[in-house]
Design a protein. Structure first.
Length: 217
C-alpha cells in the first residue's frame, strides 16, 4: 500500500525499485475492484433516478395489476423475472467493465513495450504491463464521470458550465495525474530527458482524452 501512495505522489524512486520486477497483481486487482464498484454505484444511482422520474407511471401499472388474484400472481412473476434480469444485467455489466479495463491496460502496456523495444530496452512485456497498471491508477474514476454528467443533465437548470467543470474534475484531472505519473516512470525506466518522456506519454493520453471528449459534447 505504501508503494501505491508513492506512485500517486509522483515519486520517481518507486519506479526505480520496479525496473527489474514489476508487481502486477495489486494494481490490477485494485483497478478492477474500484472500476466495478464505481460502475455499480453509478448504475444504482441512474436506476433510482429513472424510478423517481417514472414513478407515477409505475404506480398506475401496479393498480392495474392488483385488481384481482390473477393480476397479483402476474405481478409476483414479473417481480421475480425482473430480479433475475437485474442480476444477469449486473453480472454481464461487471464482466464487460473488467474486459474493457483489461483491454485498455493491455493496449497501454503494449504501446510502452513497443517504445521500449524501439529504445533497445531489455524490459519484458510483463514489466511494461505492470508499468501501465501502476500509471493507470488515478484514472479508475474516469468512466463514472459520463454517468454523473448524464444524471445532472436530467435535472432542471443544470448549466453547461457546471457540466464542463464536472468533466474537468472527473476526467481531465485524473488523466493529467496519470500522465504525470507516466512521465516520472518513463524518466526512471528510459533515462531520457523529460521532454522526450512527455512526448512518449502524450500519444496514449491524447487518445484517451479524445475518447472521453464526446461525453461532454
Amino acid at each position: 500500500m505504501s508503494r501505491f501512495w508513492r506512485v500517486c505522489s509522483l515519486s520517481r524512486r518507486v519506479f526505480d525499485e520496479m525496473t527489474n520486477k514489476t508487481p502486477i497483481l495489486f494494481p490490477l486487482l485494485l483497478i478492477v475492484v474500484v472500476s466495478v464498484s464505481l460502475w455499480l454505484f453509478s448504475t444504482a444511482v441512474s436506476t433510482l433516478q429513472a424510478l423517481y422520474l417514472f414513478g407515477s407511471h409505475a404506480g398506475l401499472t401496479e393498480i392495474g395489476l392488483g385488481s384481482n388474484v390473477w393480476g397479483s400472481q402476474q405481478e409476483d412473476g414479473l417481480i421475480s423475472l425482473s430480479f433475475l434480469l437485474l442480476l444477469a444485467g449486473v453480472l454481464f455489466g461487471s464482466l464487460e467493465i473488467v474486459f474493457q479495463v483489461v483491454v485498455r491496460l493491455i493496449l497501454l502496456g503494449t504501446y510502452f513495450y513497443a517504445v521500449g523495444r524501439f529504445l533497445k530496452m531489455d524490459a519484458k512485456w510483463e514489466n511494461w504491463f505492470g508499468f501501465a497498471c501502476w500509471t493507470y491508477l488515478p484514472m479508475v474514476i474516469v468512466p463514472v464521470a459520463k454517468t454523473i454528467a448524464v444524471l445532472l443533465s436530467l435535472g432542471s437548470g443544470t448549466s453547461n458550465t457546471l457540466l464542463f467543470m464536472l468533466w474537468c474534475v472527473f476526467v481531465l484531472l485524473p488523466i493529467f495525474w496519470s500522465f504525470c505519473i507516466t512521465v516520472q516512470g518513463l524518466r526512471s525506466w528510459t533515462d531520457k530527458k523529460t521532454s522526450v518522456c512527455i512526448g512518449i506519454a502524450s500519444v496514449p493520453y491524447v487518445v484517451i482524452v479524445l475518447f472521453y471528449a464526446p461525453s461532454i459534447l
